[in-house]
Design a protein around this ligand. Structure first.
Ligand code: ZN
Ligand code: ZN
Length: 369
């Protein structure tokens, strides 16, 4: 059906199925028999893409496929078939789910990373529990070896018309069949493990690739890693919400990192070199003599990579000059000596300031006269 050889690898099979599906999609191909070909291709792909199903098919032919959770494509719309193989056609739908009446349930989980992982990107092993297809019956609900039978209430359609009357008016709506819960079929002999529900809560372990530059609160959608829908035709997605842990020294501002650097007042006055913490270790920074409180230095390209462009932001270093809260006798004496030497050359800013204040106050007095 797919025109692949017996030893075709997963990528060849995928490619062949994609070509067949696009060629025979009933929306594109109006020729007689196109829809049947489209469904046969889906069935062929479902078998070939799953090593276990492929083995059974190779050994027992078509009969080997019953009761192992194969989809019944014959009764499904084209879009529903696409959504069964959601990942395969993700790029065709711009990442969005195709229209689907039987969407599986989305689940959400939290992944915590630190700023170093934002810098480099990281692959995390995620363990989570989810409602899954029962392993024994493959989600079919029927004990292996037995079949499901058509639901007599809905004649296998999975849906029934419901009539609601209000006085003279009667409205008709289509609802899921209450007997088979929309599946269209009933279990004759329920599976021993799941009692016919086809469901089982199981742990799942997957690798999640987190790109560099990701922001706190953003989420990564793992398509079809959620829980199965009621009818078992499609899985929902898993949404991994990213939490970026606070860093002891660095604060994030977009792609920039801000670091407050305490510098003693003597250090600021005399200048010197300090080690600034960055994500890749300490970077020496020269503090020039006479550095003021609040001065900002920039370490170019020491920030975080932009999620889209990959270009790194800067690290911004903000100087906080610390004034000693307590002085010992010797220090106080030295400072008093220093203060005696202060003149306009030492502190031009404050001298200019007080002169301007004086002028201002004099002007005010004149104005009042
Ligand atoms: Zn089961
Ligand atoms: Zn039914």
């Amino acid at each position: 059906m797919l025109g692949v050889s017996r030893d075709a690898g997963p990528d060849d099979i995928k490619r062949a199925y994609r070509q067949a599906a696009l060629k025979y999609h009933p929306d594109r191909n109006k020729e007689a028999g196109a829809e049947e070909r489209f469904k046969e291709a889906a069935e062929a792909y479902e078998v070939l893409a799953d090593p276990e199903k492929r083995l059974r098919y190779d050994r027992f032919g078509h009969a080997g496929l019953s009761g192992i959770g194969m989809h019944d494509f014959s009764g499904m719309a084209a879009d529903d078939i696409f959504s069964v193989f959601g990942d395969l056609f993700a790029d065709l739908f711009g990442g969005a789910h195709p229209r689907h009446a039987d969407r599986g349930i989305d689940i959400q989980t939290l992944i915590e990373i630190d700023l170093n992982e934002v810098l480099t990107g990281v692959e995390k092993t995620l363990r989570f529990e989810r409602e899954d297809f029962c392993e024994r019956c493959g989600g079919h609900g029927a004990e292996p070896g037995t079949e499901r039978r058509n639901c007599p209430t809905c004649a296998g359609y999975g849906q029934v018309e419901q009539q609601t009357s209000m006085g003279f008016f009667a409205t008709r709506t289509i609802v899921d069949c209450p007997r088979c819960h929309g599946r269209g079929s009933l279990v004759q002999k329920p599976c021993r493990q799941c009692a016919g529900s086809g469901r089982d809560r199981r742990e799942r372990v997957i690798e999640v690739k987190i790109p560099p530059g990701v922001h706190d609160g953003q989420s990564i959608r793992m398509r079809s890693e959620g829980e199965p829908s009621l009818r078992g035709t499609a899985r929902g997605d898993l949404r991994c919400v990213i939490r970026v842990r606070a860093h002891p020294f660095l604060q994030r501002d977009g792609d920039h990192l801000i670091c407050v650097l305490p510098v003693s007042f003597t250090h600021a006055a005399l200048g010197g070199q300090v080690d600034v913490p960055t994500l890749t270790g300490a970077t020496p920074l020269r503090i020039p003599a006479g550095t003021q409180h609040g001065t900002v230095f920039q370490l170019a390209d020491k920030g975080l990579p932009n999620l889209r462009s990959g270009r790194r932001g800067h690290q911004i270093v903000q100087v906080v000059v610390e004034i000693p809260k307590k002085l010992n006798r010797a220090q106080e004496e030295l400072l008093r000596q220093f203060a005696a030497t202060e003149d306009k050359n030492v502190l031009p800013e404050s001298r200019g300031f007080f002169e301007r204040v004086k002028e201002y106050l004099t002007g005010q007095t004149r104005g009042q006269e």
